[in-house]
Every structure is written in structure tokens, then in C-alpha cells.
Design a protein around this ligand. Structure first.
Ligand SMILES: Nc1nc2c(ncn2[C@@H]2O[C@H](COP(=O)(O)OP(=O)(O)OP(=O)(O)O)[C@@H](O)[C@H]2O)c(=O)[nH]1
Ligand SMILES: [Mg+2]
Length: 472
């Protein structure tokens, strides 16, 4: 017995995943959704130790799950399984859970048949502390819950309940680094929390009496409103500054890496620009937009931006809060759609990315489809992608040769839209030569009495501006 206790891993809190399979959602899709929820939950630092899943017509019921499934879930978490009088304090249920420990904790898996029978749910007393440590204390539901569904589930399970949006908002909160990202995330978080405020403090309120709880919540809500106003003001100032910087880059060639979270955008950003952006095998590692020049530098210079990834069922106000990512995409001269070709759900991931970008009008921007991580695919799978998507490029961000070819593809995509012009730079204005080299490719150069004569090639905008100043 004591040996088993020694085996106990340092406590990472345990979570149980809950999903409803709605009509029209295939088994495979449902399993993939739950697997993705598992990765989100892992990114947040929990171990997903069990899955409860049910086929239902809709999500409208008070607890999302049916009565039987709710009981099953409650067995895992040690809750009562009922809502009305089930609002007992979790500590009063400790003994019950202690007794129900071991077998009720399901090994991760999506098979409904894996679920343990009720009569198995008795563990030897001596094991109780070990099993108690592995008992899920968090229930994570793969759908957006209404505040009352959330409260009902908390009552019935005795566990903390998070929905998919809540998990994403929490990850964003942990990963945001820059001042701007932190402000954006705080706005999204407060918007998410405000309507759920009363529910999450439900237990305490009941003890204090409803009136006291309500006014405290009202006060909190007012504070949230004030804070939101303050944040929006701060963000507007930052974004104005960014707009100006973007305006200054308007004539430059810009490429934006867009795609599902974890597709390898930051890895490609590093490889293309030599920058040290964060690469990590977790969801939403990047929450800041970074812009760097393509390396080795080209003439004209090409700027590459790394952006925040997308995910299925990303709440709309969270998308909206990432304005800088969307602006980067919208204003890019070329969009690189990065797909993790080794993920069995890549088609869905690409569709999600396309849908969000279509919604903001970025589908008009020329694009190039990149199947990344092909080092994980066998030859047959690569061949299949090549024949189904002849226009796309297969590559691995980890192979310098592939990255070199991508660089060539980017430069040749721009070559088609370039225009040529003749410029004369008077000797008195030679200090502006570097500006010309930055924005154009100089095709030929000669000197005469009027100054330096250049034949240049660049984007129409930059050429128009330069011709106005130096047109021959
Ligand atoms: N095998 C393989 N792994 C890759 C490749 N590209 C990226 N990865 C890995 O995939 C994981 C995610 O890579 P990132 O570059 O951080 O992905 P991202 O798209 O920026 O992800 P977010 O910022 O979270 O949206 C990391 O563990 C990378 O090392 C590749 O071509 N092959
Ligand atoms: Mg990234």
C-alpha cells in the first residue's frame, strides 16, 4: 500500500472532459473535438483522466447532460449528481468520495464501454489519499455553457466547472506577454467572467444570504465595467500607434503566416527571418504579432509576420480582441496558410482558418498553402497531398532546404506584381538613395550631369511614390 503511495506523481490537478455529440457530428469528429479539448486542458496544466460523452439532440438542457450521464460524471468527481439539494459543501462530501475512490476514475478514452460500474467504486481505505489525489477536481465541457448550466453542473459534480471558452480564455491569460496582448486578454476575460460572476461565487453567497451576495456581485460588475472602459481606452492608444507603424510599412512587401494553433507558424517565422520567436508544442504559444524582415534580406525588403493561431469554436469576441493579427492578415500582400499536415484533422483546421479570414475579408489577399511537418509523413501520404493540392507546397520548418525553397516561392510570387520605373536622383539628394534600395530592386545604374540614373523594380505603391519625387 505504501508502495502505491510512493508511485504518486507530483500533483497536477485532474480534469474530466465532457462532450455532447450533436446530430450531424460524426464519431471521428466528436473524438477529435474531445482530443483537442484534452490538449487545451493539458496546456492549462491539468491531467485529463476521464472522458464523459453523450449523444444528444441539443445543448439546451439545464445540465447539458442527461440525468444518467450526470450521475456518472458525479461519480467521477465525488458529487451528488443532483442539482436541487445537491449544493452541499465539497468538504462535507469528503468521506463519500474517499469511499468511492479508485474504480470511479476512468482511464482516458472515448469508448462509452470503458466506464466503470458503480459497484466497482470502492477502494481499500489505505489507498484513499492516493486515489483522492487523482480524483478530478475540474470538469471541462467542450461547449459554451450558459451561466445557469455552469452553476447546475458545479452543484451536481461538486467540482469546478469550466467550458471550452473558459479554458481558452485562461490559456490566453497565461500566455499573453506584451502589454497589448495582456490588455486584449483582460478585456476578453472580463467579458467572459462578468455574466458568470454570481454563479462562480454561488457557494459563498448562499452562506452569506442572497442579498449580500447580490450587492457584492453588483459592485464587482461595476468595477468590471470601469476596468473595461479603462482597458479599451489604453488599447485604443496602443492601436493608434500600431496603425501608424503599419501605415509606414504600407509600401513594403508583407507576408503573414496564418493558420490553426500549433501548425508551425512560429517555427517558419524563425526559419525565414532568423528571429527568436517562441516555438512550443502547446496551443496558443504565440499571442503577440511579431514582424521581422526576411533573411537574408531581399531587395525590396520583405516583412514577415507571425500571428495568433485560430481554433475551432473560438469565441467571437476573442477573435475580435486580436485585432492586430487580423489586421496583419488583411494588409498582407501574401498570406501563407500554414497547415500541420501530420494532424489527422488538418482539413477541418484549414477550413476554420479560411472561415475566420473570409469573415474579415482577407480571402481577397493572394495566398499560398503550406503543408508543414511533412517530415512526419510517409512517401505515400506526401504523394496524396501533392496530387490533391498541386498548388500547395509541402515542407518542414525543420529543414533549411525547404525553407530556402519557400523563400524563393515568396519572392517569385511578388515578382509578378512588380512594376519598373526610371528615376533620377540629383546629386544633392543622394542621402535618399538608401530609401530607394530599401523599397526596390535596382536593375541598372548610370551617372550623368543631372544625377544618378536608376532603373528600379518595386511594388506599384512604392514606385508611384518614388516616381513622384524622382521620376525621369
Ligand atoms: N516534426 C515537425 N515539427 C514541427 C514542424 N514545425 C513545427 N513543429 C513543431 O510543432 C510545434 C508547434 O510549433 P509552433 O511553431 O510553435 O506552432 P505555431 O503555429 O506557432 O503555434 P501557436 O503559436 O501555438 O499557434 C512545436 O513543437 C514545433 O517544434 C515541422 O516541420 N516538423
Ligand atoms: Mg506560434
Amino acid at each position: 500500500m505504501s508502495l502505491r503511495m510512493l508511485n504518486t506523481r507530483p500533483a497536477r490537478p485532474c480534469a474530466v472532459l465532457v462532450g455532447v455529440q450533436l446530430p450531424g457530428v460524426s464519431d471521428a469528429e466528436h473524438a477529435a473535438d474531445l482530443a483537442e479539448l484534452g490538449r487545451l486542458v493539458k496546456t492549462l496544466g491539468y491531467d485529463a483522466v476521464a472522458t464523459v460523452s453523450q449523444r444528444r439532440e441539443g445543448l439546451a438542457s439545464g445540465t447539458v447532460l442527461g440525468t444518467g450521464k450526470l450521475k456518472e460524471l458525479a461519480r467521477l468527481t465525488g458529487g451528488s449528481g443532483v442539482i436541487a439539494s445537491g449544493a452541499q459543501d465539497r468538504t462535507t462530501k469528503a468521506r463519500e468520495r474517499w469511499e468511492a475512490a479508485e474504480a470511479a476514475v476512468e482511464v482516458p478514452g472515448d469508448e462509452p464501454g470503458d466506464e466503470p460500474e458503480e459497484e466497482q467504486a470502492t477502494a481499500p481505505t489505505g489507498d484513499a489519499p492516493v486515489e483522492e489525489a487523482r480524483r478530478p477536481t475540474v470538469v471541462v465541457v467542450d461547449h459554451e455553457l450558459s451561466p445557469s448550466q455552469l452553476r447546475n453542473l458545479e452543484k451536481a459534480t461538486g467540482a469546478q466547472v469550466l467550458d471550452r471558452t473558459g479554458v481558452i480564455v485562461d490559456i490566453f491569460h497565461r500566455h499573453a506577454r506584451s502589454h497589448e496582448a495582456r490588455m486584449q486578454v483582460e478585456i476578453a476575460r472580463l467579458n467572459y467572467l462578468a455574466p458568470r460572476l454570481r454563479e462562480s461565487t454561488g457557494g459563498r453567497e448562499r452562506q452569506q444570504g442572497r442579498g449580500a451576495g447580490d450587492s457584492a456581485v453588483e459592485l464587482d460588475r461595476r468595477k468590471i465595467r470601469d476596468r473595461l472602459a479603462e482597458l479599451r481606452e489604453g488599447l485604443a492608444a496602443i492601436q493608434k500607434d500600431q496603425d501608424q507603424r503599419r501605415y509606414a510599412r504600407r509600401d513594403q512587401l508583407r507576408v503573414a503566416l496564418v493558420g490553426y494553433t500549433n501548425a508551425g507558424k512560429s517555427s517558419l517565422m524563425r526559419a525565414l527571418t532568423g528571429s527568436e520567436v517562441l516555438v512550443a508544442d502547446q496551443l496558443f504559444a504565440t499571442l503577440d504579432t511579431t514582424v521581422r524582415a526576411l533573411q537574408p534580406e531581399s531587395r525590396p525588403r520583405v516583412l514577415v509576420s507571425d500571428t495568433v493561431g485560430f481554433i475551432k469554436k473560438l469565441p467571437h469576441d476573442l477573435v475580435a480582441s486580436f485585432r492586430s493579427t487580423l489586421d496583419e492578415a488583411l494588409e498582407a500582400s501574401l498570406l501563407l496558410y500554414v497547415v500541420d499536415a501530420s494532424d489527422p484533422t488538418w482539413q477541418m483546421q484549414l477550413e476554420v482558418t479560411r472561415t475566420v479570414l473570409r469573415e474579415i475579408g482577407a480571402d481577397a489577399v493572394p495566398s499560398l498553402l503550406l503543408f508543414n511537418k511533412v517530415d512526419r509523413l510517409d512517401a505515400a501520404a506526401q504523394e496524396a497531398l501533392r496530387s490533391s493540392h498541386p498548388e500547395a507546397m509541402l515542407l518542414s520548418a525543420h529543414r533549411p532546404g525547404d525553407v530556402g525553397l519557400l523563400r524563393e516561392r515568396i519572392l517569385s510570387a511578388f515578382a509578378a506584381s512588380m512594376v519598373d520605373a526610371d528615376l533620377v536622383i540629383p546629386y544633392a539628394a543622394q542621402s535618399r538613395i538608401s530609401e530607394i534600395y530599401e523599397h526596390t530592386t535596382v536593375l541598372s545604374e548610370a551617372f550623368d550631369e543631372s544625377g544618378r540614373r536608376l532603373r528600379v523594380r518595386g511594388l506599384p505603391g512604392a514606385i508611384a511614390r518614388l516616381t513622384q519625387a524622382f521620376g525621369a
